[in-house]
Design a protein around this ligand. Structure first.
Ligand code: ADP
Ligand code: ZN
Ligand code: ZN
Length: 683
């Protein structure tokens, strides 16, 4: 990180340099500084922070630049020959694409067909195609243009005015209001100024439509970076960003670390999404450190969402962030009507209420799409014995095994443990084993029984394990090739399904009375996001929510799509409870294979913390260590200790001292412990 003449460390702890990998620093000065601050903020070892920030290839010692990537293009002969390839369809597709696109990267070619390599090699042998080093892409804007609404224009102008220095914006636009078009307008301007954009999204696999939209707008100047990308491609894209060859870096959480030669703007789309928070190792929140980065690099940052996080809303209240509102849907589409179905008052069959079934039937007749949302995959959450009440329990976790009927297996959704579902009870040998409760698989079965002719597509982690399966199913949703979509939260994120006019939400009550203080925030965000899939085009939408608490005050606000009203109400509750964003939480977790060890360590940690607080008087509140809500998980016993403080600087002063002492503690070697600054999940 720096070069010095001498070291404070004793010489036996110093190592020889074996080889100098790179002639220049991997991260330019500002980013190095930023990473050091990130390390301090999360109280995480600096080496691990830098390592987490590097693409895998660099971590393994590959040189900084992977060399110029190869591309394919037609030779003069290939252009004029107009070869007859009718008997070789893949070669024909490749030839056609090369003819229209000038040149193609291996990644683009691989999308044309599985055996693209063989096919393109044949073309090379025939002298029609040549391999070249990729030219540094000039930006090619497509002819695409769209007239922004006055609201969209105002938002875009506000951001454009801020280009050139740091400023934070919350782009609060209802679902379907055209946030993405606002981004594109601003992006174009930034690119024209010769600067780069960092664009973060929750999950890349979920946004094939977005990638497509980017390609339509700005063609090849896009570098996509996410964890599922092969290491080599990731390295190339990373280097292209660092060397200023890529105008836009589009990526998930970890892309926040990508260096940019000429940063101009940072955009976080769906900023409220939980997947921006890393849940192990360096537990950073990509949104938070992105704002931090924007400050250091002196560029504006835009946080977009239909349901902004309370953290961001509170920053708006404190006038740290500016809020930009998009209150209406593009092209005059209306927000869907939201209605509640009181499950205590209507006939219910297999978890489906009569009114919801009727509504689906009506859409089928009208040839419109329905989306049924349920956030629990599998067939049934419990398999139990009718004779003695025995329930399948995970051997390694304090949780029940979920019954998956198609594979006749029991799976633990927490540690992945799988068992065959036995036909007889292990406790009493009774043979009547019954599924209890509902999961998406079971929902699919019921809907198939009810509507045997409907085209039903289920989208959850189980039904999309194979590569390309998710993209395929989402396309079926988008093009209307499915009548009923069933899905978990995978379906709720930012997709555009123009033909969906009905959204049914099966189990809205989960989360109304949860132990997690953020549960209502998440629930509300999720329902608004799912509901937002309905009626995005010309046909109006309807949302039916099944609940046993239709009178709940939060639901009243939901009916009116009043997210700000809800935020005000729920933030008031937070404020009374002195929970974030009105205080800063730190969660220390400890786990060990022996019961009680983690708790014991945290008991000691508590005492040390009390002593530190006594000395520093930072106003930190120290709770009692407790076993985690799910104490046993994946064979380890877990415990946690919560600290809370009002003042950020004081919290860090306190942690500096505490973490140093815990690191040196003898028990720290026998447990696995970690520190989570601003935890998003309280278990
Ligand atoms: P959001 O990201 O806010 O959910 P999108 O940007 O995906 O919304 O916009 C929803 C749909 O409306 C898209 O199909 C988009 O192309 C279209 N759209 C957005 N703004 C406009 C506009 N000004 N004129 C015409 N169509 C628009
Ligand atoms: Zn039994
Ligand atoms: Zn388990």
């Amino acid at each position: 990180m720096e070069i010095v003449d001498s070291s404070d460390l004793p010489s036996h702890r110093l190592r020889q340099i074996e080889q100098v990998l790179d002639p220049e620093p991997v991260f330019p000065g500002t980013l190095s500084d930023w990473l050091s601050r990130v390390a301090h903020y999360y109280h995480h070892p600096i080496g691990e922070v830098f390592s987490a920030a590097l693409p895998i290839a660099l971590r393994r010692g590959h040189p900084l630049s992977p060399g110029q990537p190869k591309v394919y293009r037609l030779t003069e002969e290939g252009k004029t020959a107009r070869p007859n390839l009718a008997s070789a369809p893949l070669q024909q597709r490749i030839w056609r694409s090369l003819n229209t696109e000038n040149w193609l990267s291996p990644e683009r070619l691989s999308r044309l067909g599985h055996s693209w390599k063989r096919a393109v090699n044949v073309l090379v042998e025939k002298g029609w195609v040549e391999i070249k080093v990729q030219p540094t892409a000039g930006i090619e804007f497509s002819g695409y243009s769209i007239d922004l609404s006055p609201e969209q224009t105002r938002a875009a102008d506000a951001i454009l005015d801020a280009l050139g220095s740091y400023r934070s914006f919350v782009l609060f636009g209802i679902t379907g209001s055209g946030k993405t078009e606002v981004y594109f307008r601003v992006i174009r301007e930034v690119i024209e100024r010769g600067q780069q954009i960092l664009f973060l999204v929750p999950e890349i696999a979920l946004t094939p439509q977005l990638v497509k939209r980017f390609e339509d707008h700005v063609g090849r100047s896009l570098s996509v970076i996410h964890s599922e990308l092969p290491a080599g491609e990731r390295h190339r894209n990373w280097a292209a960003a660092r060397e200023g060859r890529a105008a836009i870096v589009l990526g998930t959480r970890s892309a926040v670390f990508t260096p940019l030669l000429k940063p101009g703007l940072i955009i976080i789309d769906e900023e409220h999404d939980l997947s921006f928070k890393q849940q192990d190792g360096l537990r950073y929140h990509a949104r938070d450190i992105a704002v931090f980065r924007a400050k250091l690099e002196d560029v504006p940052v835009v946080l977009g969402s239909a349901t902004p996080s309370f953290e961001s809303m509170s920053n708006v209240q404190k006038e740290r962030y500016d809020i930009l509102r998009l209150n209406s849907r593009a092209l005059g589409a209306r927000l869907p009507d939201i209605e509640f179905i009181d499950m205590r008052r209507v006939p219910v069959h297999h978890g489906l209420s009569r009114p919801l079934v009727k509504a689906i039937e009506y859409r089928l007749e009208a040839r419109e799409q329905s989306l049924v949302f349920m956030n629990r995959r599998g067939y049934a959450p419990v398999l139990y014995c009718a004779a003695c009440g025995w329930q399948a329990q995970c051997l390694h976790c304090d949780t029940r095994m979920v019954f998956h009927k198609r594979e006749n297996s029991l799976r633990c959704h927490h540690c992945g443990y799988i068992q065959i579902a036995s036909m007889s009870c292990p406790a009493c040998a009774g043979t009547e084993m019954l599924p209890l409760g509902e999961g998406t698989q079971r929902l699919e079965t019921h809907l198939r029984e009810l509507f045997p002719d409907a085209r039903i597509v289920r989208i959850d982690r189980d039904s999309t394990r194979r590569k390309g399966e998710l993209a395929h199913k989402l396309t079926q949703g988008a093009t209307g090739a499915a009548d009923i979509l069933i899905g978990t939260q995978l379906l709720s994120k930012g997709h555009h399904f123009p033909k969906v006019t009905l959204v049914g939400i099966i189990d809205a009550d989960q989360g109304l009375y949860s132990v997690d203080f953020r549960a209502t925030e998440y629930l509300f965000q999720q329902i608004i996001q799912v509901a937002g899939r309905a009626g995005r085009a010309d046909s109006p939408g309807q949302v039916l929510i099944q609940t046993v608490h239709p009178e709940h005050p939060h639901f009243e606000l939901l009916r009116e799509h009043d997210y700000e009203g809800f935020t005000a109400l729920a933030m008031n509750e937070r404020s009374l409870a002195q929970a974030p964003p009105f205080s800063h939480f730190i969660l220390i977790r400890a786990e060990a294979t022996k019961p009680g060890m983690g708790l014991c360590f945290l008991g000691q940690a508590r005492n040390i913390a009390a002593a530190v607080e006594n000395e520093l008087r930072t106003g930190i509140e120290i709770m009692e260590p407790v076993p985690s809500p799910m104490e046993k998980r994946a064979g380890r016993y877990r415990a946690q200790l919560l600290l809370s403080g009002r003042n950020r600087t004081a919290v860090h002063r306190f942690l500096d001292s505490l973490v140093a002492q815990l690191d040196a503690h003898r028990l720290a070697r026998n447990v696995r412990w970690s520190i989570d600054v601003d935890p998003m999940e309280m278990y």
